[in-house]
Design a protein around this ligand. Structure first.
Ligand SMILES: [Zn+2]
Length: 237
């Protein structure tokens, strides 16, 4: 079946939404539950009712998550949801260093190879952390200080990307774009004010070329959403 617009491959960057994914609070009971309503044998059709948190599984953070009078999920303009994708590969530095923060130097290294990050792109950090997805303990990596420890972006890198490269979204294959051990969320504050969305718990970033793919960001169009489950597809030429 031919793909549209010269696309060679469509890569899924989404974890399946289920009741056995890591959750932010680290609870045994999953925030996602699905219950059968219609049974094929009994009713002639199959259907379910499900409940979930807005920030569970592969999801989008709307700017309203950390700022008043900012876009909620359904208000994010559609032209911001289909964008060039740049993937910063920091796996070698981050996979065994949960304190790692993506730096301006990582961006410079990407640009030395691929040219300037395209205007209006989504920039994702590939830390390799999704290898821990099947273990809530490893993925959350909560330590004796009571904080989670996983890699994220540095505030300097985020400010550089937004101010000088006009990115519209940030993504990462950990629980948050900000390192796990933060307690003050300076990146979330900054991006929310700037109208930038986040994509968290992203899957499969090792399969995408660092440059040249188009990202399709398709969140559930949830009224008043601070965030929502999202389907992420990378179109590769
Ligand atoms: Zn979130």
């Amino acid at each position: 079946m031919p793909n549209p617009n010269g696309t060679q491959t469509v890569i899924d960057l989404t974890h399946t939404l289920d009741d056995h994914s890591p959750n932010w609070e680290g609870t045994e009971h999953s925030p996602f539950q699905a219950r059968e309503l219609g049974n094929l044998q009994r009713d002639g059709y199959y259907s379910r009712i499900f409940t979930t948190q807005e920030h569970y599984g592969t999801h989008l953070d709307a700017p309203a998550h950390f700022a008043g009078r900012a876009w909620t999920v359904e208000q994010i303009p559609t032209e911001r949801l289909v964008r060039p994708l740049a993937v910063l590969n920091v796996r070698g530095k981050a996979l065994h260093n949960p304190e790692y923060e993506v730096s301006v130097q990582d961006i410079a290294a990407w640009e030395a190879e691929h040219g300037e990050i395209p205007d209006g792109a989504v920039v994702m950090a590939y830390t390799g952390w999704d290898e821990y997805w099947s273990s809530q303990k490893k993925y959350r990596n909560e330590q004796a200080d009571g904080l989670m420890h996983f890699p994220g972006f540095s505030l300097e890198a985020v400010q550089f990307l937004i101010k000088t490269r006009n990115v519209v979204g940030l993504g990462i294959d950990t629980m948050g774009v900000e390192k796990g051990a933060t307690t003050t969320y300076p990146i979330h504050q900054f991006t929310a004010q700037a109208g930038i969305y986040h994509l968290e718990n992203v899957a499969g970033l090792g399969l995408v070329p660092p440059s040249g793919a188009t990202l399709v960001v398709a969140p559930v169009k949830l009224e008043n959403g601070s965030g929502a489950p999202v389907r992420l597809l990378a179109l590769v030429r």
